[in-house]
Design a protein around this ligand. Structure first.
Ligand code: M6R
Length: 370
């Protein structure tokens, strides 16, 4: 079943182009997101939504965080994202007309399910509707939600979530677009640009995967390290969080992610030649700011690995190793594409360290107890 792959995680990373194709299948036409993508019931619900509350854990939480940037930036709809284990125990204020979205690969995560069950108790009074973005049909979350969007990633066996995350982001980009369209927050032209970008995504992921050998070389610098720092701005901040989670989960190296602008508020004190710093540097409005953050790290002797796109031109120099990862600069497709080399990095570091990649110590694929 593994074919040419040594581990399920590796197989699943390489299945991502197909997982995206399968998730888009039947959900988009050449230029539009199909109205039925979230079920026929969705239309009347989405028209009334005033804000979105996303609840998830782990990697699924990171997908939610990326989409917060999209909801607010692209369609101007307020969006909050919280880990389920916090949300369920803190008596949150529930606003009227909230769309409550749970995101989960397994559909069985105990905290996410409990948060959903709790919100359903006030759903009528507050006009709250529930949607789950889930990879497993007939799971507890799909049974308990008003609306379901199934990510068609196929079975994910590796404990470290990879293709499920990518398809969750695809699902969220469709959700942003559909709500934006129904509430006339985006033009048809904008919708078509988003759809065209999504159609390019499998190819973009494929070209990011083609950098595996370069990433494998970089991984050699990590195996003797105890710590790593991931930096990003905008949507690349949650992508940095996801990169750090993958690295710690399967290689057991302590990794942290920071929004690059927070460096001088503390983590800069950590920087010396022993802590690799990984930065994600797409060519966008925040690039110049990120470049000055990189100089702050460099001035303290830090060793940096920068993933950039064809237009970023960060430029390699002493202590700063730049890898061109993608040709892409799309607001929706960029975070999805930049995540791929980080998955490969975690995988190759774990291979060198000889950990149990698919079944890391102390972890379960499906966390059905809190
Ligand atoms: O099945 P879920 O998406 O609800 O699982 C949530 C987390 O347990 C999961 O994403 C976990 O963080 C992964 N092992 C990360 O790779």
């Amino acid at each position: 079943e593994l074919g040419d792959h040594r581990h399920y995680m590796h197989k699943e990373i390489f299945e991502q182009p197909q997982a995206v194709i399968d998730t888009l299948e039947g959900r988009i036409s050449q230029e539009h997101v199909l109205p039925s993508a979230f079920g026929y019931q969705a239309e009347s619900i989405f028209k009334e939504v005033k804000q979105v509350q996303i609840i998830a854990c782990g990697t699924s939480y990171h997908a939610g965080l990326v989409s917060k940037y999209w909801f607010e930036d692209i369609i101007g709809l307020p969006c909050s994202v919280e880990v389920a284990s916090e949300y369920r125990y803190r008596n949150p204020v529930v606003q009227d007309n909230t769309l409550f979205v749970t995101i989960s690969q397994s559909g069985e995560t105990a905290d996410t399910l409990a948060a959903l069950q709790q919100i359903k108790q006030v759903a009528n009074e507050k006009n709250v509707s529930t949607l789950t973005i889930c990879n497993v049909p007939e799971s507890s979350l799909t049974r308990e939600s008003d609306l379901t969007f199934l990510t068609h990633a196929g079975p994910e066996i590796g404990v470290a979530s990879t293709k499920a995350f990518t398809t969750q982001l695809v699902a969220l980009s469709l959700l942003v677009t559909v709500i934006g369209k129904l509430q006339k927050r985006i033009s048809e032209r904008r919708e078509t640009i988003i759809v065209k970008g999504l159609q390019k995504l499998p190819g973009l992921i494929q070209s990011a995967l083609a950098h595996e050998e370069v990433v494998k070389e970089i991984a050699k610098n990590f195996s003797d390290k105890d710590n790593a720092l991931f930096l990003g701005r905008g949507t690349m901040y949650p992508i940095a969080m996801e990169g750090a989670l993958k690295l710690k989960e399967i290689s057991y190296i302590h990794a942290e992610a920071y929004p690059a602008g927070e460096l001088k508020h503390g983590p800069l004190a950590l920087i010396d030649e022993n802590i690799p710093v990984i930065a994600i540097a797409p060519h966008n409005d925040l690039l110049e700011k990120l470049k000055s953050n990189l100089q702050e790290v460099k001035a303290r002797g830090g060793q940096m690995i920068v993933f950039e796109d064809e237009q970023s031109n960060v430029g390699s120099e002493d202590g700063l190793h730049v890898v061109k990862t993608t040709t892409n600069v799309g607001r929706i497709t960029a975070p999805i594409t930049f995540n791929v080399p980080l998955q490969l990095l975690a995988y190759h570091v774990a291979l060198i360290k000889g950990t149990d990649v698919d079944q890391p110590r102390n972890l379960a694929k499906s966390v059905t107890v809190e």
